[in-house]
Design a protein around this ligand. Structure first.
Ligand code: ZN
Length: 55
């Protein structure tokens, strides 16, 4: 589907994107500009975090 970009990292990790497609996962987290206050992950786009907080 075309809304992959809007999915949170939590959802991607649940589907094991980091295992199935590491390069796609890296593209979402690099260069990180935000981190999630909920789960502690960091990402390049706030849209991909459940509780985004800018660095
Ligand atoms: Zn989160």
């Amino acid at each position: 589907m075309s809304d992959e970009q809007q999915k949170t990292l939590c959802a991607h990790v649940e589907e094991e994107l980091q295992v199935n497609d590491p390069q796609a996962y890296i593209a979402l987290i690099k260069p990180a500009t935000h981190f999630c206050q909920g789960c502690g992950r960091s990402a390049a786009q706030a849209e991909n975090l459940c509780k985004p907080q800018e660095f």
